[in-house]
Design a protein around this ligand. Structure first.
Ligand SMILES: *Cc1c(COP(=O)(O)O)cnc(C)c1O
Length: 365
């Protein structure tokens, strides 16, 4: 042995590759690869962030109590059952670190979020990937994959990058089939965008059980991805565990202040929801008309399937769109090499994407 070695499993992790942010050669660039909001954050959140520059020498209040109170007020939750983190990514890491170890298994779905395998292997455990059905989580397949070693089930609802969701009845059926010592982690990063009567973000299940955690983020509809801010709603015993291992000052003052302002700006939130509702439907329809398969999505992005024929593949489309300054996300690492993921953008960006795809497909938009 010549140098220090990390814990087992760490070197098996495929480093996360983020969506590209640059297109060389194009005059203007539209980043539609990271599901960021085209409306930006609430102007009040921006003001709160700037105001926080006046006290950078001071540590934050370590328990994020004011932000937890604001979140609690907004959703009718007890602040005692909330933990804030540096993005929901941090909370997923902490949950894995606390509840997984060598010899344990965590379950995620075939096209699930890539952070789940990372946090699972980082904790020394094994990720069991379960087949989806029609690009949607399959409750029976997940339950069939449970073994005595299973300690966590991760479910993104809605899922990224497929855009599909499980209705509340299915989520409850999944929960009912899990042993009570398995932690069921519902990642509801896109829940604010969902407009379906049969959808529930996970709040109800957390409130009525002892083994469910829901994670949420300020990175998506609230437009604060740069600040790294997320939260989870969990049973008291899980809150206690995570508070023991998290960094005592894991959320920065600017993030706390901006988050409080963002969650209270309901008008901006509604504007972002309405924008998404309009343009998600428009993009699905217009791209569908070009002869491309678009998976039904309830989030702020679409999964587009490209033909396998040479010159028309997802990689060809990606290259072509890049020359127009349109950056989409390749999702081969999610097991979807024939697809690209497109985030809903500004009206201008959305129209440019459809026009460019029409040209790529040899059609008039
Ligand atoms: C974007 C996203 C998140 C948010 O991660 P943050 O660390 O809060 O920025 C969580 N889960 C899924 C599935 C996502 O796509």
């Amino acid at each position: 042995m010549t140098h220090p070695l990390p814990q087992k499993g760490i070197l098996e992790i495929e480093p996360y590759v983020a969506g590209r942010a640059q297109a060389h050669g194009a005059e203007r660039v539209f980043k539609l690869s990271a599901n960021e909001t085209p409306l930006g954050p609430s102007p009040r959140a921006r003001e709160a962030f700037i105001a926080a520059a006046g006290g950078l020498e001071c540590y934050p209040e370590g328990s994020a109590s004011e932000l937890r109170r604001a979140i609690g007020e907004r959703f009718g939750l007890s602040p005692d059952r909330i933990v804030c983190g540096a993005g929901s990514d941090e909370l997923l890491h902490l949950l894995a670190q606390a509840y997984l170890g060598e010899g344990d298994e965590a379950i995620a779905t075939e096209h699930g979020f890539l952070v789940y395998p990372i946090v699972t292997r980082a904790a020394g455990a094994k990720l069991v990937s379960v087949r989806e059905k029609g690009l949607r989580a399959d409750v029976d397949a997940i339950l069939a994959a449970v073994t005595p070693r299973t300690k966590i089930v991760f479910l993104a609802n809605p899922n990224n990058p497929t855009g599909s969701y499980l209705p509340v009845d299915e989520v409850k059926r999944l929960h009912a089939g899990l042993r009570s010592d398995i932690l069921f982690v519902i990642d509801a990063a896109y829940s604010e965008y969902v407009r379906k009567n049969d959808y529930e973000s996970g709040i109800e299940l957390v409130a009525t059980s002892d083994n469910v955690v829901m994670t949420r983020t300020f990175s998506k509809i609230y437009g604060l991805a740069a600040l790294r801010l997320g939260w989870m709603y969990a049973p008291a015993h899980v809150v206690d565990v995570i508070n023991r291992i998290r960094g005592p000052f894991n959320v920065s003052v600017p993030a706390l202040e901006a988050g409080i302002a963002a969650i209270r700006d309901i008008a901006h939130f509604e504007k972002a929801r309405a924008h998404n509702e309009t343009w998600l439907a428009w993009l699905s329809e217009e791209i569908g008309k070009l002869g491309l398969e678009v998976a039904p999505s309830v989030a702020n992005f679409l999964l587009i399937r490209f033909p396998e024929e040479a010159g028309k593949t997802a990689q060809d489309a990606d290259r072509f769109l890049m020359t127009r300054g349109l950056i989409l996300r390749q999702v081969g690492s999610y097991g979807l090499p024939q697809h690209l993921r497109l985030s809903v953008g500004t009206e201008e960006a959305n129209r440019l994407v459809v026009a460019a795809l029409a040209e790529f497909m040899g059609k008039r938009a």
